[in-house]
Design a protein around this ligand. Structure first.
Ligand code: AMP
Ligand code: FE
Ligand code: FE
Ligand code: ZN
Length: 295
């Protein structure tokens, strides 16, 4: 069994449409794949409709969160919400708020680039985003298209990181509110790349313990942005706190260099996760033709 529990489509900042994503997953030999676009469930229906036989699809969302620590220290983080009820009014409204905030912040970021003479436009970024949730990778692609940087990764290092003057925050959800919302909507919250140091500051262990107390069910241990030492630490924390250790590629198509299934989840972990009660079930060959509601 090969299981990848974190991937992105064009519904957010991946480059494969949801139907292409499930085909890529099957072609890579995966048995289980989760679609986890940023702050949206918009890719679910297309992925479900295009699911190749034999592939189990786990509908999910990657929820943009923040933790306000001591001294007002603000740490942004991502919470994966699996098998959640997308029609839950509170969580649907919160994700809509986040998507609006993403558009507003991307517009301000683009305006800062334009002000400094970079040859990109908001229209171009909007076109690259299509119907998806806008993110910094879309601005990165506009910078690549304009010949400013050779690739999206360089754009992140030189222009888009939170250390750069072009960076603007988005209105992320407090992580403890987010955990409560996911649980209230019948979803399974898993902390994505908890120790991805290359992305910025990470949460202290005692905050992760408090998240476990608040209803977190898993920790992403094997992730391309976590080195061996960080993975070992995350695995130890998961054991100590009774959290399910997971693994994933965080595949973004050609917006990142990581291939799908670059990291995977242990079958035992997947069994533990799938055994938990949730609002909806993974979609497989035995599922009824129509799953879930609308939206
Ligand atoms: P945002 O959600 O708009 O703040 O942008 C963060 C997104 O950019 C995350 O989904 C990351 O997966 C992606 N990202 C972060 N670093 C890189 C990188 N070096 N290359 C491509 N994408 C990245
Ligand atoms: Fe992303
Ligand atoms: Fe993430
Ligand atoms: Zn992700």
């Amino acid at each position: 069994m090969r299981i990848d529990l974190h991937t992105h489509s064009t519904a957010s900042d991946g480059t494969d449409p949801p139907a292409g994503l499930v085909r890529v997953a099957a072609a890579a030999g995966l048995d289980v794949v989760a679609i986890t676009d940023h702050d949206t469930t918009a890719g679910w229906d297309e992925a479900i409709a295009a699911r190749p036989p034999g592939l189990t699809l786990v509908p999910g969302v990657e929820f943009s969160c923040v933790h306000h620590g001591e001294g007002g220290r603000r740490i942004s983080l991502h919470l994966l919400a699996y098998l959640v009820d997308r029609d839950d009014p509170a969580i649907a409204a919160e994700w809509a708020r986040l998507r609006t905030s993403r558009v507003e912040r991307a517009e301000v970021m683009v305006a800062r680039f334009v002000e400094d003479g970079y040859p990109i436009t908001w229209q171009q970024v909007a076109e690259l985003t299509g119907d998806g949730t806008v993110g910094r990778p879309h601005i990165g692609r506009a910078l690549v298209a304009a010949g400013v940087v050779p690739d999206v990764d360089t754009a992140f290092r030189e222009l888009l990181s939170s250390r750069q003057r072009y960076y603007v925050r988005k209105a992320d959800t407090d992580v403890f509110d987010a955990i409560a919302m996911v649980r209230a909507a019948g979803g399974l919250p898993v902390f994505a790349h908890p120790i991805a140091r290359r992305r910025g500051p990470v949460l202290a262990d005692d905050v992760i313990a408090a998240m476990a107390d608040a209803g977190l069910v898993g920790l992403e241990v094997d992730h391309p942005d976590q080195d061996a030492e960080d993975r070992a630490h995350a695995a130890g924390l998961a054991r100590e706190l009774g959290l399910i250790p997971t693994g994933s590629s965080d595949y973004h198509g050609t917006n990142k260099t990581t291939p799908i299934a670059a990291c995977v989840t242990d079958p035992q972990s997947w069994e533990r996760l799938a055994a938990l009660p949730s609002a909806i079930r993974p979609v497989d060959d035995s599922s009824p033709a129509i799953v879930g509601g609308s939206g």
